[in-house]
Design a binder for this molecule. Structure first.
Ligand SMILES: Cc1cc2nc3c(=O)[nH]c(=O)nc-3n(C[C@H](O)[C@H](O)[C@H](O)COP(=O)(O)OP(=O)(O)OC[C@H]3O[C@@H](n4cnc5c(N)ncnc54)[C@H](O)[C@@H]3O)c2cc1C
Length: 318
C-alpha cells in the first residue's frame, strides 16, 4: 500500500487533534506515514500517540534550524522527502502554518494544492465547503499528487493501533530557508477551556449578550458543558469579548459537534465560520432572526432568562 504523508501538528509535547483526524482520513487512502518537524528531541513524546491512531511510520525531522526559523525549512525538507518517497497523498492541517507549508511545497514541486478540505476520497477527490458555506465543491489535483490541507473537526478521529517505524530525515537546508529567524517566543495566555477550533462544543455570544460583564454568564454555561467560548464580530468589535475568539468569515472557522449561538442574529459572515457544526442551537428573542434558519433547535426568548435556567438545569444533571 502506498504511503500517505500526514504532517504532524503538535504543541507542548502533545499531538493536536487535527493530526488524529488526518491519520483517520489517511488510513482510508493508504499507509499513514507521519512527518514530525521540531527541535531536537521533539518527536519522542509524540510517537506513541501517532501509533495509536495508525501511523505506520514516523519521519523525524528535528533540528535547530527547524526550531529557529519560520516555515521555510519545513517546506524545503518536506518537498525533498516527497520527492524521495513519492507518497500517494500529502495531508497538512488547515492551520496558518499548515497552509503556508503546503503553499510553499506546491510551488517547489509545481504541484496542485487544495486547501480547507473536509473529506478526501481514495481516488483523490476532495470536498470543500466554499462561499461562506453555501456551496460544496468536489475537486481533484490534476498536476502532481493530492496535496491538501484538512479543515479541523471535519471528521471524528478513531484509533487503530500500529507500531510505527521511526526514520530520521535529512534536515539540511540551504540559506534561502533561513532568511527569517525566530527571535523570541511568548506563550499564549491559555485558559482551561478547550481550544476554539478544536472544541467539540462551542458556546458563542453575540451583540445580544449586551456587555462584557454579561459574557461571564456565557463563560459559566460553556464551562459547565466543557465547551469553548466564541463570539460574533459585533461582540468582539463592541469590546465585549477578545477578538481572538471571533467566529466567522474574518474570524475562526469552527465545526464542533454542538454550536450554541446566544444573542447572535446569524449574518452570512458569522454563518461562514460555524454552519458546518453538526448540531446548532440558537437562543434569540427575535423569532425571525436568520440564525433560526440553520438551527436544529431554537429557543425564542430573552437570553438573560433562558441561559440562567439552562445553567441551573445542567448543574442539576452534574
Ligand atoms: C467583511 C465583513 C466581515 C465580517 N466578518 C464577520 C465575522 O467573522 N464574524 C461575525 O460574527 N460577523 C462578521 N461580520 C459582521 C456581520 O455582518 C454581523 O454584523 C455580525 O455577525 C452581527 O453580530 P451579532 O449577530 O452578534 O449582532 P446583531 O446582528 O446585532 O444581532 C444581535 C442578535 O441578538 C438578539 N438579541 C438581542 N438582545 C437579546 C436578548 N436579550 N435575548 C436574546 N436575543 C437577543 C437580537 O434579536 C439579534 O438577532 C462581518 C462583516 C463584514 C462586512
Amino acid at each position: 500500500m502506498s504511503e500517505v504523508f500526514v504532517v504532524v501538528e503538535h504543541a507542548g509535547g502533545a499531538v493536536k487533534k487535527v493530526t488524529l483526524e488526518m491519520l483517520t482520513l489517511a488510513r482510508g487512502l493508504g499507509a499513514p506515514s507521519t512527518v514530525v518537524f521540531g527541535a531536537p528531541g521533539a518527536a519522542a513524546a509524540l510517537t506513541d500517540k501517532l501509533g495509536e491512531y495508525g501511523a505506520e511510520k514516523v519521519y523525524v525531522a528535528e533540528s535547530d534550524d527547524i526550531d529557529g526559523h519560520l516555515v521555510a525549512p519545513k517546506a524545503q525538507i518536506l518537498a525533498r522527502l516527497i520527492g524521495e518517497k513519492q507518497p500517494a497523498a500529502v495531508l497538512l492541517g488547515s492551520s496558518q502554518e499548515g497552509k503556508e507549508i503546503a503553499g510553499r511545497v506546491a510551488v517547489k514541486l509545481d504541484n496542485g494544492l487544495l486547501a480547507d478540505v473536509s473529506a478526501l476520497d481514495a481516488d483523490g477527490t476532495a470536498t470543500q465547503v466554499v462561499f461562506a458555506g453555501g456551496t460544496i465543491v468536489k475537486s481533484k489535483v490534476t498536476r502532481g499528487l493530492p496535496l491538501v490541507t484538512v479543515r479541523s473537526n471535519s471528521l471524528t478521529p478513531s484509533p487503530a493501533a500500529a507500531s510505527p517505524a521511526v526514520e530520521t530525515v535529512d534536515t539540511t537546508v540551504d540559506d534561502s530557508a533561513k532568511l527569517v529567524k525566530v527571535t523570541e517566543r511568548k506563550a499564549e495566555q491559555k485558559s482551561s477551556r478547550p481550544e476554539l477550533t478544536e472544541a467539540s462544543i462551542v458556546v458563542s455570544g453575540g451583540r445580544g449578550v449586551g456587555s462584557a460583564d454579561n459574557f461571564k454568564m456565557i463563560e459559566e454555561f460553556a464551562d459547565l458543558l466543557g465547551a469553548a467560548v466564541g463570539a460574533s464580530r459585533a461582540a468582539t468589535d463592541g469590546g465585549m469579548y477578545p477578538h481572538q475568539f471571533q467566529v466567522g468569515q474574518t474570524g475562526k472557522t469552527v465545526s464542533p459537534q454542538l454550536y450554541i449561538a446566544i444573542g447572535i442574529s446569524g449574518a452570512i459572515q458569522h454563518r461562514a465560520g460555524m454552519q458546518t457544526s453538526k448540531t446548532i442551537v440558537a437562543v434569540n428573542k427575535d423569532a425571525e432572526a436568520p440564525i433560526f434558519e440553520l438551527s436544529d433547535y431554537g429557543v425564542v426568548g430573552d437570553l438573560n432568562k433562558v441561559i440562567p435556567q439552562a445553567i441551573e438545569e445542567v448543574r442539576k444533571r452534574k
